[in-house]
Ligand binder design. Structure first.
Ligand SMILES: Nc1nc2c(ncn2[C@@H]2O[C@H](COP(=O)(O)OP(=O)(O)OP(=O)(O)O)[C@@H](O)[C@H]2O)c(=O)[nH]1
Ligand SMILES: [Mg+2]
Length: 253
């Protein structure tokens, strides 16, 4: 019997029909064992969940003949919607149904490289981190997905967070995370969208958890549509929530 912790990769999806198949393949190619790939789809109108059902049926049937330590599963939510609650649902399922020891998640637009998942998991298993954060803003990392305006706003938000929250994190809005189950038993995700990541990292640092960054290169999505608007007003609306979250965490220190 394996003594290694079960790693669960949570993939939150809304209208990612063209991306989810290649992404699951990429995650499985990372060759982590034991591993559960858990897609949380909000009943996407484009039928993302159907693609996942097909991949899961094919893959689980194929591997069960020789290896049942790697599985693909789907949660299809029909009466709830939203990125943060989808990730939290995946975390709860991973811990309380599947007894995962490490949970990791990423965006499903192929902007985050699944081949970097083992680096995040390695930061926990081999280097003793409690949370590992994929970071665009440390040496070896980069953001080639976004234009100057989005990168400038990200720079401002992250420097504001570094100044007020510290903790050695440079990419508070990463969204590419791995963590020990114990961390998520203490901290539940909150917020609507990207601010959940600032909130999680800020509270984890405050509680004394060891947070380690791992560089990754964020690339543009090539299929499907972004759920974040791309004009200045959309970014400012999002940025306002990020600043409010940083300020609240600072006040609670
Ligand atoms: N389950 C679920 N997933 C969502 C929801 N909204 C967004 N997502 C997923 O969240 C991830 C990030 O969404 P993106 O569209 O890439 O948005 P973004 O990364 O903020 O914006 P870009 O910087 O333009 O890529 C993707 O995997 C989406 O499919 C939602 O309401 N429910
Ligand atoms: Mg994206």
């Amino acid at each position: 019997m394996s003594t290694k912790p079960l790693v669960c990769t949570v993939l939150p999806t809304y209208n990612e029909r063209s991306n989810i198949g290649p992404l699951i393949e990429g995650v499985l190619a990372s060759a982590i064992t034991p591993h559960l790939v858990l897609v949380v789809d909000d009943n996407s109108p484009d039928g993302t969940w159907q693609v996942v059902e097909e991949v899961a049926a094919r893959y689980n049937h194929a591997v069960n003949h020789y290896d049942d330590t790697v599985k693909v599963a789907l949660i299809r939510r029909t009466n709830e919607k939203g990125l943060t609650s989808a990730i939290q649902r995946g975390i709860d399922e991973a811990i309380y149904t599947y007894h995962a020891g490490i949970i990791t998640w990423m965006d499903c637009d192929l902007s985050m490289p699944p081949q970097d998942i083992p680096k995040l998991v390695g930061a926990i298993i081999e280097q003793g981190a409690d949370l590992a954060v994929g970071s665009r803003w440390i040496p070896g990392g980069a953001d080639v997905a976004h234009g100057l305006m989005a990168r400038t706003l990200s720079w401002i938000i992250n420097h504001f967070a570094m100044l007020l929250l510290g903790g050695g994190v440079h990419d508070y809005t990463s969204g590419f995370i791995a963590g020990r189950a114990q961390v998520f038993q203490q901290i539940r995700l909150q917020g609507d969208y990207g601010e959940y990541c600032i909130d999680l990292l800020g509270r984890a640092i405050h509680k004394g958890y060891r947070v380690q960054e791992v560089p990754y290169i964020c690339v543009p999505r090539t299929a499907g549509e972004s759920k974040t608007g791309a004009n200045l007003w959309d970014y400012l609306a999002k940025g306002r929530k990020y600043v409010a979250t940083i300020w609240q965490l600072f006040r609670a220190k």
